[in-house]
Design a protein around this ligand. Structure first.
Ligand SMILES: Cc1cc2nc3c(=O)[nH]c(=O)nc-3n(C[C@H](O)[C@H](O)[C@H](O)COP(=O)(O)O)c2cc1C
Length: 411
């Protein structure tokens, strides 16, 4: 797949080399086009080294134009993605002008265009930027994100560029699955986040899961070419681009949604923290404060993971074991008892696991295991999806995938 990666002048340009690496890992040819301001934030030397191609930035570069004109470059692209996209470059594209190489390519290409905006949250919220976003979307330009969170300016809000993995996943899905991917043509169903079990109309029982792990897994699976259905409890993580998200609230709803989606799935990954128990009855009106103590009778919720693993033609089934002690021992017990193909064990509580951006995990299967050092949930997800794909093909199918031989299997 041929990708024109436009880089404009925002702080998030420092993530561009990582994005290039992730696109190339999946087999994309990446031609970088920088704006003049982008060169203030990231060097063309670094980008040339990671992309393996000379950087294009000047519309008036006679030598580069003679080798491949801006029109040829616009035709060459299967996808044009601008990451980061500044407020300024969004405005230039809206205006329809072509004062520089990047906006000229945007005008001249018939390929899908995606922008990953990155800017201060007030700039993003400004009526002018929002009006530009609306126009761009109406013209069929894909707006990826932005995410919500802490910003380089020290404030918090909407305007963070999506993580490179999520952008790479969106680029591959816009490119129609071109390129070499481990899970091309496979369907992966993933559950994520907590569930809420209602006590009365205003109260519920839930847990500390943020959904970050499941969402990162969904992006990583999509980046490997899978059709992903993400069944999500209530979370504040932005929906990954190009992925079907089914929003649910209770364990019962997650069970129903999973069994609807699982029918033709190849792989099921249960990353959600599903309630084990729910109130036996949901009180119709808000419970009033009457006595000094009260108790709530709890009953078991459906075991989604076991129910999928028990299916006659079950998909390759991966569970998660979030434990506060004896992590590996409990996880191996769950792997065997529930007849799973793989389980990912991670410690939770006391600054581990839940509602964090990083994680430390060990994947276990019947005759082996692999430990991953502490790393971001995004990096961990990429490695886990490769491991899952490796075992999926080994266990379930005679299909051979060329890159599988390159996956190391330590521990
Ligand atoms: C230190 C610094 C950081 C900036 N960060 C951003 C940013 O994150 N997002 C943005 O839209 N503009 C940002 N700007 C403003 C853009 O660099 C400016 O609008 C520039 O003209 C964009 O040009 P370009 O879109 O052609 O790259 C920043 C400017 C400075 C000086």
């Amino acid at each position: 797949m041929n990708v024109v990666l436009g880089i404009s002048g925002g702080i998030a340009a420092y993530k561009a080399p990582d994005l290039v690496r992730r696109l190339r890992e999946r087999g994309a040819n990446v031609q970088i086009v920088m704006t003049a301001s982008a060169e203030e934030f990231v060097t063309s030397t670094a980008l040339q080294a990671v992309s393996g191609k000379p950087i294009r930035s000047n519309l008036w570069d006679k030598e580069a134009e003679a080798a491949m004109s801006h029109i040829e470059l616009a035709r060459w692209a299967d996808v044009v993605v601008i990451a980061p996209a500044t407020a300024e470059v969004m405005a230039r594209i809206v205006s329809g002008g072509a004062p520089d190489l990047l906006t000229t390519i945007c005008l001249a290409t018939e390929a899908p265009i995606a922008l990953a905006p990155a800017m201060n949250h007030v700039m993003w919220g400004n009526a002018a930027t929002q009006a530009n976003r609306e126009v761009l979307e109406k013209r069929g330009i894909h707006i990826l994100g932005p995410g919500i969170g802490s910003q380089a300016c020290g404030e918090t809000g909407a305007g963070r560029m999506l993580e490179p993995d999520a952008i790479a996943a969106a680029v591959f899905s816009l490119g129609g699955g071109k390129g070499e991917s481990l899970l091309d043509g496979r369907k992966v169903v993933i559950t994520a986040g907590p569930t809420r079990e209602a006590i009365d109309p205003v109260r519920y029982i839930t847990n500390r899961s943020s959904g970050k792990m499941g969402y990162a897994l969904a992006s990583a699976a999509a980046a490997q070419g899978a059709k992903v259905v993400l069944i999500s409890g209530p979370v504040s993580v932005p929906a990954p681009p190009g992925i079907e998200v089914v929003d649910v609230e209770s364990a019962e709803q997650m069970y129903e949604a999973t069994h609807t989606a699982i029918v033709d799935a190849d792989i099921f990954i249960a990353a959600a923290a599903v309630a084990d128990y729910r109130p036996a009855t949901v009180v119709k009106q808000k419970i009033k404060k009457k006595s000094d103590a009260m108790s709530i009778e709890l009953v078991r919720c459906p075991d989604i993971l076991a129910s999928v693993a028990e299916m006659e033609s079950s998909p390759f089934t991966v569970g998660f074991a979030a434990e506060t002690e004896n992590v590996i021992e409990y996880a191996r017990g769950k792997l065997e008892n529930k007849k799973l193909d793989m389980i990912v064990a991670n410690r939770v509580g006391d600054n581990f696991g839940f509602d964090r951006d990083d994680n430390t995990a060990t994947a276990l299967w019947h005759d082996g295991q692999k430990s991953f050092p502490t790393c971001s949930k995004i990096d961990l997800s990429r490695e886990l999806i490769e491991l899952v794909a490796q075992h999926f093909y080994a266990v379930r199918s005679a299909d051979t995938q060329p890159r599988l031989t390159a996956i190391s299997n330590s521990d």
